[in-house]
Design a protein around this ligand. Structure first.
Ligand SMILES: NC(=O)c1ccc[n+]([C@@H]2O[C@H](COP(=O)([O-])OP(=O)(O)OC[C@H]3O[C@@H](n4cnc5c(N)ncnc54)[C@H](O)[C@@H]3O)[C@@H](O)[C@H]2O)c1
Length: 351
C-alpha cells in the first residue's frame, strides 16, 4: 500500500490521540510535519517519527509540496483558514470538529473542496462506534418504524481550571461557544445523523450558570423539529460534578434505541430489551470521552483519498451539527424560533 504523507497542525491535548493513530496506521502513513505555534509542542509530537519536520507556521508544510493530507487540530477559529489554504494547494483535509465557527465559513470550505476536487473530512469519530452504526442500520432498514422523537443528554464537568489553562477555550472568537460547540457537538451530530432527516426549525436557550470567568454558554436546551415530524429534545451542561455517560435515544413507531455513552441498546415493540455492542473500536488514548474510534475514521478517510471514494463524513455531513448549534445560539439570543435555512451570524455574547 502506498503510504500517504501527512502533516498535523495543532499539537495540543488531542494530538496524543493522533500520535496513537499514526503509530497504529504506520503501514499507511508517513508523518512528514508536526506544526504548532508553540514550537516545543511540535517538537514533542515529532519525536518518534523519523524524518518528521517541525514548524511554527502551517504554511511551511503547505509550501513544501510533500504532503497528501493535512490534519487540523488547532483552536476552532483556525480550522477554515488552514483548511481552505490547504485545499487550494491540492492537499486533502481532515479537520477536527467543529469544521468552523460560522456556517458561512463551513460553506466556503465545502465550496473550496468541490472546486479543488480534494477530499474534505470532519472528525466526528463517535459516529463510528459499533453500537451507533448498528442503530443507524436499524433506522435505515425501517426496523424502528417512522422516527417520531429523539433526545440527547450531556452533563459533564469542565471546571474553571479547564478554561484557565487555555488561551482560546471559553472565548466566542476562537472557540465559537462553550458546551454546545465543544462538548455536546458529538452527541448532536450522532442524534441528527441517526434521525436522518432535514431540520425544519430550532428553538432553544443557553446560559452561563457556573463559569463566571468565561462568557460562553455552559448550559443549553433546545427543541429541534425535523421535516418528518420528529421532535428532538436536547440538553447539555458542563457544570456537573463529573463526565456522566452521554444519553442518546431515538424513538420510532415500532421501537426505541439508544446509547449510554458508547453502549447501545434496542427495544423493538413486543421484544425484550437487549444490548447490541460495546463501543470499543480499537484505540484507547487519553480520556474515555474521546472514545476509541479516531483510528477508524482516519483509516476510512485515507481509503477515500487513496481510492478516490466519497468521504463518509464530508463537509456537508460535518455542517449539520454546526447548524443545530448556531440555530440554538441565534434562537436564544433573539428569543425566536429559527427556521432552516437561516442566515448565520458570529455570536459574541449571551443576551
Ligand atoms: N474529537 C474529539 O473527541 C476531540 C477531543 C478533544 C479536542 N478536539 C478538538 O481538537 C482541536 C484541538 O483541541 P485541543 O483540546 O487539543 O486544544 P489545545 O489548545 O490543547 O491544542 C491546540 C493547539 O493548536 C495550536 N495552534 C493554535 N493555532 C495554531 C496555528 N495557527 N498554527 C499551528 N498551531 C496552532 C496551539 O498552540 C495548541 O497547541 C479542537 O478543534 C477541539 O475541539 C476533539
Amino acid at each position: 500500500m502506498t503510504k500517504l504523507s501527512v502533516a498535523i497542525v495543532g499539537c495540543g491535548r488531542i494530538s496524543a490521540m493522533y500520535k496513537g493513530v499514526f503509530q497504529e496506521l504506520k503501514d499507511e502513513v508517513e508523518v512528514k510535519w508536526a506544526v504548532d505555534i508553540k514550537k516545543d509542542r511540535a517538537e514533542a509530537f515529532a519525536e518518534g517519527f523519523a524524518n518528521c519536520k517541525v514548524s511554527t507556521d502551517y504554511r511551511d508544510c503547505l509550501e513544501a509540496g510533500d504532503i497528501d493530507v493535512i490534519h487540523i487540530a488547532t483552536s476552532h477559529d483556525m480550522h477554515p483558514v488552514i483548511a481552505i489554504d490547504a485545499m487550494k494547494r491540492g492537499i486533502h483535509v481532515l479537520t477536527e470538529k467543529p469544521m468552523a465557527i460560522t456556517l458561512d465559513e463551513a460553506d466556503d470550505m465545502i465550496k473550496t473542496a468541490e472546486e479543488t476536487n480534494v477530499k474534505l473530512g470532519v472528525i466526528f469519530q463517535t459516529r463510528y462506534v459499533k453500537g451507533c452504526m448498528d442503530i443507524k442500520k436499524l433506522v435505515d432498514e425501517g426496523k424502528l418504524g417512522k422516527i417520531i422523537a429523539a433526545r440527547s443528554y450531556l452533563s459533564w464537568s469542565r471546571p474553571d481550571s479547564y478554561y484557565a489553562q487555555s488561551d482560546w477555550k471559553g472565548t466566542w472568537d476562537k472557540e465559537g461557544g462553550g458546551v454546545l460547540i465543544d462538548q455536546a457537538i458529538h452527541s448532536i451530530d450522532r442524534t441528527v445523523w441517526l434521525i436522518g432527516d432535514e431540520i425544519e426549525w430550532i428553538e432553544g436557550t443557553m446560559g452561563n450558570r457556573g463559569h463566571a470567568a468565561v462568557n460562553v454558554e455552559d448550559v443549553a436546551e433546545a427543541a429541534i423539529k425535523f421535516k418528518n415530524g420528529c421532535l428532538y429534545h436536547l440538553f447539555a451542561c458542563n457544570y456537573y460534578s463529573y463526565d456522566a455517560p452521554i444519553q442518546i435515544e431515538i424513538v420510532g413507531e415500532k421501537g426505541k434505541a439508544g446509547l449510554t455513552q458508547d453502549l447501545a441498546w434496542v427495544h423493538l415493540d413486543g421484544e425484550e430489551r437487549y444490548e447490541i455492542k460495546d463501543g470499543y473500536d480499537g484505540l484507547s488514548v487519553g480520556p474515555s470521552y474521546w472514545g476509541s474510534s479516531h483510528v477508524t475514521q482516519v483509516r476510512d478517510f485515507y481509503k477515500s483519498v487513496r481510492e478516490d471514494l466519497p468521504v463518509t463524513i464530508d463537509g456537508v455531513e460535518g455542517r449539520y451539527a454546526l447548524e443545530v448549534i448556531k440555530g440554538i445560539y441565534i434562537s436564544s439570543n433573539t428569543r425566536q424560533r429559527v427556521h432552516v435555512p437561516f442566515k448565520d451570524q458570529r455570536i459574541t455574547e449571551i443576551k
